[in-house]
Design a protein around this ligand. Structure first.
Ligand code: FAD
Ligand code: NAI
Length: 471
């Protein structure tokens, strides 16, 4: 980078938030530089998050299905063996293909990519400690903070990513542990717990709250998810808090007690997965050099146009407010560049879907029943089980349901909650319905191909404003 040239936009962080903003800025004709320290683009999501975890979820599901779910389909298989090394290789192939794809897109859109750690020197200058050694500085008219998040540590347990792991260790274990304890029954705990449980580990999930799934999951769905995961062999300790851990010996000892106090117990594990949430990452960013502050949870404070109190410095993605999701970061990337280039942009935070990629999948958008009750909103609920759906029946994959909630007065859809096969793909229809302010009757009167799983979606809509046909 030339020290004299001032870029239109300098982006710190090449995760989903940063790289998408870089491409969009390049497309709008801005001169843009993206600084990333990990040596590869794509951030947490591509390197150690969404992509590697979904590769392992998919392949561990296939393995588990071949072991337990083929005979009744008329398929007889011989010896089935796990080759964990090859499964990890398949994961790495997916990851490296995608991260290299972004480098290509950077070139195509004239984005300058600097491998290094960026820190604010002043309000327009970022000093970069280069990965390959040495330093440089870049100046920007606009600067975007997109430095993401990191796993929240558990006090008293030192992460070594071997015995005491975060999700980063959980996507890279070299052998299947005999016993795994997962602290936190949120999305990471359930997805990564599923992977290792399917591959043969005895997995116990310890969750502080009385419900699994983390924030936002509808209580009916969470209950069903727990039941189905238990059937697959996972164990749960709800309303339970971890009080201490000791990784000093051969394995790890985890002390737990009832959340409200009371009975204590010690759990033994070979591996402990700490999955109690993630926190914004601003270490070494030099925010103090420009007088920028973070809130009590470490989030960079911004206004509706993603501006910090220094108006040409903005922040998006995991490092600031909102759900820590890749597609949320992506929406913000487009909007923030539009704000810079045109003065306006738009993200509908009421229509950001959540998906948990277990089997069956869980997906939702909008509000859940508990939230609506708390807000004193009157609503109707329509539910349709996959056991009454023809495609789910032909696939012998009938567990779960679609639950739709609409406003009692206007029938406008307020929330959609799915647990079942392909829920993550199916929720897109729900997001579109919410985005367009559809009523449940609008969806019910829309033709859905037969036989498809999405007919369960239509029937849930029918059940919301009227009656389902097939149940
Ligand atoms: P990040 O992806 O964290 O990227 C920030 C980047 O900035 C990093 O690469 C970091 O190295 C770099 N950086 C930080 N500081 C500096 C600096 N000073 N200088 C230069 N570079 C710096 N979300 C989903 O929507 N779907 C999923 O299925 C999903 N699965 C997940 C699975 C796991 C195991 C985890 C951990 C997360 C998952 N997420 C998922 C969440 C998703 O990964 C994040 O929401 C997303 O990565 C946020 O993007 P970001 O760009 O804001 O931050
Ligand atoms: P989470 O917030 O989803 O769940 C954490 C869980 O840990 C909560 O249920 C909480 O009650 C529990 N908990 C907290 N402290 C505890 C303690 N001391 N003892 C026992 N339980 C405790 O966080 P998680 O699972 O770590 O994931 C972080 C974020 O990563 C998610 O919120 C999500 O934004 C993102 N992610 C998204 C995925 C997806 O979209 N499929 C997959 C994986 C991660």
């Amino acid at each position: 980078a030339s020290e004299a040239e001032e870029k239109d936009l300098v982006i710190i962080g090449g995760g989903v938030a940063g790289y998408v903003a870089a491409i969009k800025a390049g497309q709008s004709g801005m001169k843009v530089t993206c600084i990333e320290k990990r040596g590869a683009l794509g951030g947490t999501c591509l390197n150690v998050g969404c992509i590697p975890s979904k590769s392992l979820l998919n392949n561990s599901h296939l393995y588990h299905q071949i072991l337990h779910d083929t005979k009744n389909r008329g398929i007889e298989v011989g010896d089935v063996k796990l080759n964990l090394g090859a499964m990890m290789k398949a994961k790495e192939t997916s990851v490296s293909g995608l991260t290299k794809g972004i480098e290509f897109l950077f070139k195509k859109n004239n984005v300058e990519y600097i491998k290094g750690t960026g820190a604010f020197q002043d309000e327009h200058t970022v000093a970069v400690n280069l990965v390959e050694g040495g330093e440089t500085t870049v100046r920007g008219k606009n600067i975007l903070i997109a430095t993401g998040s990191e796993a929240t540590p558990f006090p008293g347990l030192t992460i070594d990513e071997k015995k005491v792991i975060t999700s980063t260790g959980a996507i890279a274990l070299q052998e299947v542990p005999k016993k795994m304890v997962v602290i936190g029954g949120g999305i990471i705990g359930l997805e990564m717990g599923s992977v290792w449980s399917r591959l043969g580990a005895e997995v116990t999930v310890v969750e502080y709250l009385g419900q699994i799934g983390g924030p936002g999951m509808d209580a009916d769905v969470a209950k069903q998810a727990q039941k189905l995961l238990q059937k697959q062999g996972m164990k749960f300790k709800l309303n339970t808090k971890v009080t201490a851990g000791d990784a000093g010996g051969e394995g790890v000892k985890i002390n737990v007690e009832a959340a409200k106090g009371g009975k204590e117990e010690t759990l033994d594990a070979d591996v402990v997965l700490v999955a109690i949430g993630r926190r914004p990452y601003t270490n070494g960013l030099g925010l103090e050099n420009i007088g920028l502050e973070v809130d009590e949870r470490g989030r960079v404070i911004i206004d509706q146009e993603y501006r910090t109190k220094i108006p040409h410095i903005r922040a998006i993605g995991d490092v600031t407010f909102g759900p820590m999701l890749a597609h949320k970061a992506e929406e913000e990337s487009v909007a923030v560049v539009e704000y810079m280039a045109k003065g306006y942009g738009h993200v509908n935070y009421g229509a950001i879907p959540s998906v948990m990629y277990t089997h069956p999948e869980v997906a939702w958008v909008g509000q859940n029943e508990q939230e609506l009750k708390a807000a004193n909103v009157k609503y109707n609920v329509g539910q349709f089980p996959f056991s009454a759906n023809s495609r789910a029946k032909t696939n012998l994959d009938t567990e779960g349901f679609v639950k739709m909630i609409s406003d009692a007065e206007t029938d406008r859809i307020l929330g959609i909650h799915i647990i079942g096969p392909n829920a993550g793909e199916m929720i897109a229809e729900g997001v579109l319905a919410l985005e367009y302010g559809a009523s449940s009757e609008d969806v019910a009167r829309t033709s859905h191909a037969h036989p498809t799983l999405s007919e369960a979606f239509k029937e849930a809509a029918m059940a919301t404003y009227d009656k389902a046909v097939h149940y």
